[in-house]
Design a protein around this ligand. Structure first.
Ligand SMILES: O=c1ccn([C@@H]2O[C@H](COP(=O)(O)OP(=O)(O)O[C@H]3O[C@H](CO)[C@@H](O)[C@H](O)[C@H]3O)[C@@H](O)[C@H]2O)c(=O)[nH]1
Length: 470
């Protein structure tokens, strides 16, 4: 594929936030830009602790014309952030330590300013994460155009902005009473669909302050990059553009760049071999994973174990970084019916395997995109951040999944084994499962269409890069 613009492709800089869920889509974007020859060179900014992950994730094509600038992670860490922790997935507690971590990252401003000023040739564009709004201020000072990457989808981004702006939740007294969303009469939310402090009509505190500071800093840029495609969330992108004044480039799903490149000439991993064995006996497999940040309580882990065992179905369960608490005989009883995995896995590769028929997920936006692109329906079990909005979108608007709720109907209550067993069976071998699977497959086709030559995301990517030239 050729760069269709008359001027030579630019050198661009990318600075992802130090979190796997924010870095991975930026790596996919880098791959895509190289593959389409829309850039001549990419400089990634990161910290020394994150550089190896970025280096090892770049495909051979992208690696040839990519440099990595490793900035030192600031010293004098706040108490409770262990030395050497430079990524949110390594934090002992995301709830307690996200803000101290993110505010520590802000202290990289002078080393970043110095490093980007010294790049030769100077980049014609900086793409950085919405949590690094201060980098956009640096870009403005240096006359470098900037674009901000927000990891959220259009639905979550638009709906949460409307809620913050119009405060429709101020009128409802309880957490479970519905309120309407201005501009979207078919939609209603409850405060329990939002996380603190965003569920409070008068939000305050360190997280709110951080979001406002970085949001304001991000406004100095030329627009947002969205990991989504126009047709998937068109009413929300239209609203963003016409009513919120936010210019956005919908260039995703970015994971398709990685899915298409695949892993060449590598022997299948033991996990893929096991999936092959499940496929050969026609056993549908549920993939269970809750992203990179969520920590599940021991008591909840036990309920999941019982539910999955009783479902009688096959499953892969990622338990990395989790305490495990289940009956002594659990692992023996489930035996070859499952794989309990304590390491980092290639999630996309697993989802793309034909034996995988469902994904029990926390609805991190990357997991949603990856499930959609591989045509795998979800069991939506949101836990933090904007995940409840993603779950609502995926289940109620897209119809590509079933929702898991706490068994007592509360926001953060326990999901009992019987519900896990029932929903696992419903998704993998039930009638509702057939319906949502069909929808997931249709969406996979639509996503592929958007990213193919002439599709909306294909065109938007070129426009996005052109914005660096004007
Ligand atoms: O063993 C693993 C675990 C994860 N992944 C990948 O890691 C990413 C995880 O991203 P996501 O599913 O979005 O989960 P989180 O990392 O938990 O996501 C954070 O960032 C997202 C994007 O902003 C938000 O939507 C979420 O709410 C927030 O928790 C995905 O690409 C996965 O494929 C792997 O490849 N292997």
């Amino acid at each position: 594929m050729e760069n269709s613009c008359s001027s030579p492709p630019p050198h661009i800089a990318i600075f992802p936030f130090m979190s796997k869920g924010h870095t991975i889509p930026m790596l996919h974007l880098a791959h895509l830009l190289h593959h389409r020859r829309l850039v001549s060179h990419i400089t990634f900014f990161t910290t020394s602790g994150n550089a190896p992950f970025i280096r090892s994730s770049l495909s051979s094509v992208a690696a040839q014309s990519t440099s990595i600038v490793s900035l030192p992670f600031p010293g004098n860490l706040p108490p409770d952030i262990p030395a050497g922790v430079e990524s949110t997935d390594q934090l002992p507690s995301i709830d307690d330590l996200f803000i101290p971590f993110a505010n520590t990252v802000v202290r990289m401003r002078s080393s970043f300013t110095q490093a980007i000023s010294q790049l030769s040739p100077a980049p014609s564009l900086l793409i950085s994460d919405g949590f690094l709004g201060w980098t956009q201020q640096v870009a403005t000072e240096l006359n470098i155009p900037g674009l901000v990457y927000f990891g959220m989808g259009g639905f979550a981004q638009t709906v949460s902005t409307i809620v913050n702006k119009h405060k429709p939740h101020a009128k409802v007294p309880s957490a479970y009473e519905p309120f309407a969303i201005p501009g979207f009469p078919h939609l209603s939310l409850t405060k329990s669909d939002l996380e603190p402090p965003f569920d409070d009509p008068d939000p305050k505190g360190p997280l709110w302050d951080f979001v406002v500071q970085q949001g304001v800093a991000s406004i100095t840029n030329r627009g947002f990059i969205m990991n989504s495609f126009y047709d998937l969330e068109s009413p929300y992108f239209d609203y963003m553009d016409s009513r919120l004044g936010i210019n956005s480039y919908q260039v995703g799903p970015l994971c398709l760049a990685r899915l298409d490149s695949g892993k060449k000439n590598q022997p299948p991993s033991p996990l893929l071999q096991w999936l092959d064995s499940r496929l050969s006996v026609n056993h549908p497999v549920l993939y269970v994973s809750f992203g990179t940040q969520v920590k599940i309580s021991l008591i909840q882990m036990k309920e999941i174990a019982i539910g999955l065992e009783r479902s009688g179905l096959d499953f892969i369960w990622i338990i990395r970084g989790q305490g495990c608490y289940w009956d002594d005989g659990f692992e023996e009883r489930v035996g070859d019916r499952c794989r309990l995995v304590k390491e980092w896995v290639d999630q996309l590769e697993i989802l793309a395997h034909k034996a995988v028929h469902g994904f029990m997920t926390h609805c991190g936006w990357n997991s949603v995109m990856e499930s959609m692109c591989t045509g795998v329906p979800v069991l939506a079990w949101p836990m933090m951040a904007e995940q409840r909005l993603n779950a609502k979108f995926v289940v109620e608007e897209l119809g590509m999944g079933l929702r898991i709720h706490a068994s007592d109907g509360t926001k953060n209550g326990l999901v009992k084994a019987e519900d896990i067993e029932r929903l696992t069976r419903e998704l993998l071998v039930g009638e509702k499962g057939m319906t949502v699977k069909k929808k997931a497959k249709e969406l996979a086709v639509a996503a592929r269409h958007a990213t193919s030559e002439g599709g909306s995301s294909y065109v938007a990517l070129e426009k996005m890069i052109n914005c660096a030239k004007h």
